[in-house]
Ligand binder design. Sequence first.
Ligand SMILES: Nc1ncnc2c1ncn2[C@@H]1O[C@H](COP(=O)(O)OP(=O)(O)OP(=O)(O)O)[C@@H](O)[C@H]1O
Ligand SMILES: Cc1cn([C@H]2C[C@H](O)[C@@H](COP(=O)(O)O)O2)c(=O)[nH]c1=O
Length: 209
Amino acid sequence: MIGKFITFEGPEGAGKTTILELLMKDLQQSGIEAVFTREPGGIHIAEKIREVILNKEHTEMDARTEALLYAAARRQHLVEKVIPAIKNGEIVFCDRFIDSSLAYQGHARGLGIDEVLSINEFAINGFMPDLTFYFSIEPERGLERIASSSEREKNRLDLEGLSFHKKVQEGYEKVINRFQERIVIIDADKPMIEVLDDVKNVLKEHIQM
Ligand SMILES: Nc1ncnc2c1ncn2[C@@H]1O[C@H](COP(=O)(O)OP(=O)(O)OP(=O)(O)O)[C@@H](O)[C@H]1O
Ligand SMILES: Cc1cn([C@H]2C[C@H](O)[C@@H](COP(=O)(O)O)O2)c(=O)[nH]c1=O
């Protein structure tokens, strides 16, 4: 049996992590086993790379270095955690994946979506998500949510200006156009319970729940 790889994408503060946590509880209650993980991170080496990338003091980090570190973390996470789980028939939900690199490094950092796709092709070796939820929200709104959250410590990318986050949104629009067959847009500017229901309604078409 082969599992499924489902990714969640979107700008800062769109609610991806919150909805993934609610979904995890829901699935557990229904007795459905699934793996919940995140990028960059999810396993020891990738969490270490995450610390390097997102450290607020690393302001000197070059954009290509940043793109390569995300791709390296992605590779290790895939081979160590995601692919074994999928081969074992499990459903893997991942908070961010390659589309983040295309939108943030490819478009917002100006490296080029095709160039960043190309270094990622080396990292993922053909392994793409079966389904991707794009949480759509205006960047201003997402940043407001983060600003009013007491739990959330701001990282190096959160601290980029609004113009960067608007470019991230533009980048995602290009990515959505390119990968229309796997990306479903969710209106993330709704109450959490409605966002969760919208995600579950789409999921029902893909997994038994
Ligand atoms: N639908 C919603 N309505 C109002 N507030 C929300 C909603 N979803 C999430 N939030 C709040 O917004 C903040 C950011 O949410 P969350 O961390 O889930 O976003 P995220 O998409 O994972 O962000 P990032 O990618 O920047 O980590 C949290 O304080 C969360 O409680
Ligand atoms: C995978 C990936 C992530 N990013 C950025 C997006 C966010 O600013 C951070 C991750 O923080 P989160 O709270 O876990 O969302 O990293 C990126 O720029 N490129 C990527 O490939």
